[in-house]
Design a protein around this ligand. Structure first.
Ligand SMILES: *[C@@H]1O[C@H](CO)[C@@H](O)[C@H](O)[C@H]1NC(C)=O
Ligand SMILES: *[C@@H]1O[C@H](CO)[C@@H](O)[C@H](O)[C@H]1NC(C)=O
Length: 402
């Protein structure tokens, strides 16, 4: 009798334990799904799987798929966890008061994307990529109200051009859009370009990289899709677009160090790209009517567009003596519409600037835009003047109050 009662107690204890464990598991499962439901409002899916409404007390709450900031440098989009998994995204934290997950979408060679803020990185990024193959990404609009793709070169180190300014070893090309994008290479970290979508057509970004392990080639581009009514959209056709009342505008691959690749006539090569023809727009901020441009201070190379940098000493390089304009500028130049000399207010009477120095100018011609033109030869064999060691330009701009 005692033994019988004892085993009843044992059996009862086991039953209670089993019930408690299964109750505990179900609670855990409920919590897990509650989390999912809160995230992605997927009530129907779970209910039909379970055959009943488990959480009638939950209201369906939508959160905006806005940009979210995480601990790293990469920014993501606030999505439901499942949406992020479906995109092969990486969850880096919570967002929307913990209802969403901050999802960073990164794509590599041969990929496609229609996700806003996709990062396009080189193989093995941030380690150096040895190259050897073309690498491209095709970007589809995320919805029919997208007009423009903004490409932020967060980190962009490709091979320098050859000494005559041609992207012979590495290059980045952008095709399929409605904006003509020049072929560029070299160091372009921090540059941003704006490419208009051509209707529903995809935009393809292609990097060709000749096999080489002699430098740390790598890239990380952020691909931002801008709605037609987005305040950050660049005016139609502007390859680059600056906002704010002051800033610095660098030409592609600008740097004060010389290109170590020699030109075809075996003199110092150029950093300046050949065959450029594009416009840079600057937003006229409220209360500002004019704009001033100066070459960047403390950098004698900051306006070296045409001519012989190596043969000039510092009494000429980066000074008014090195500056040229108008008819002297026929191969490579920057155009600034209708300028006056800042120091004197006297009309320049010319709008093409070149040479190896720059005198500060102002203009009230609107919209604020400068054009960049180079011909097909940035080397010493170029017809007069020969181009030797040009770096391009780094111009500081400052808007002038009305
Ligand atoms: C996610 O990765 C899988 C496996 O590599 C692949 O089949 C699928 O197409 C990827 N999905 C997206 C949206 O890239
Ligand atoms: C894409 O994200 C950016 C922020 O990085 C935002 O300004 C833009 O409006 C977003 N585009 C769409 C279509 O939501």
């Amino acid at each position: 009798m005692m033994a019988y009662r004892g085993s009843l107690v044992v059996i009862a204890a086991i039953l209670i334990t089993v019930a408690a464990v299964s109750l505990y598991n179900e609670e855990n499962e409920k919590e897990q799904y509650k989390d999912d439901l809160l995230e992605d409002n997927d009530l129907e899916e779970y209910s039909s799987r379970k055959g009943k409404i488990l959480f009638p007390f939950l209201s369906i709450v939508r959160f905006a798929n806005t940009e979210c900031s995480t601990t790293g440098t990469m920014r993501g989009t606030c999505l439901a966890r499942r949406e992020c998994h479906n995109l092969n995204g990486t969850i880096t934290g919570n967002c929307a008061s913990r209802r969403g997950r901050c999802c960073v979408v990164t794509r590599g060679c041969g990929s496609t994307t229609n996700v806003n803020n996709t990062y396009f990185t080189s193989p093995g990024y941030p380690s150096a990529y040895a190259g050897g193959a073309a690498c491209s990404i095709t970007v589809y609009r995320c919805n029919s109200n997208i007009c423009q793709l903004r490409i932020d070169f967060l980190d962009m180190v490709l091979a320098q051009p050859d000494g005559d300014g041609n992207c012979a070893t590495d290059s980045v090309t952008v095709t399929g859009g409605n904006t003509v994008v020049p072929t560029i290479c070299g160091d372009n970290t921090g540059q941003t370009i704006f490419v208009d979508f051509n209707g529903n057509a995809a935009i393809t970004i292609t990097i060709t990289a000749t096999a080489s392990t002699t430098f740390a080639r790598r890239w990380n581009m952020k691909l931002v899709q801008l709605g037609c009514d987005c305040p950050g959209i660049a005016p139609n056709g502007c390859l680059q677009y600056y906002t704010g009342t002051s800033g610095t505008i660098n030409s592609f691959n600008y740097g004060s160090a010389a290109n170590t690749v020699l030109s075809s006539s075996l003199v110092t090569g150029t950093r300046q790209m050949a065959n450029l023809n594009y416009g840079i727009c600057i937003r006229m901020e409220a209360g500002y009517c004019g704009i001033q441009y100066s070459q960047s201070a403390n950098d004698v190379y900051s306006f070296t567009i045409s001519g012989d940098v190596e043969g000039a000493d510092n009494t000429v390089l980066g000074t008014s003596l090195g500056a040229s304009n108008d008819g002297a500028c026929s191969t490579d130049y920057v155009i600034i519409p209708n300028p006056t000399v800042t120091a004197t207010g006297v009309a320049v009477g010319a709008d093409r600037f070149c040479g190896i120095g720059f005198v500060s100018v102002q203009t009230t011609a609107k919209p604020f835009v400068i054009y960049v033109v180079t011909n097909g030869d940035e080397g010493a064999t170029a017809t007069s003047p020969p181009d030797i060691g040009n770096r391009g330009f780094s111009l500081a701009y400052s808007e002038i109050a009305c």
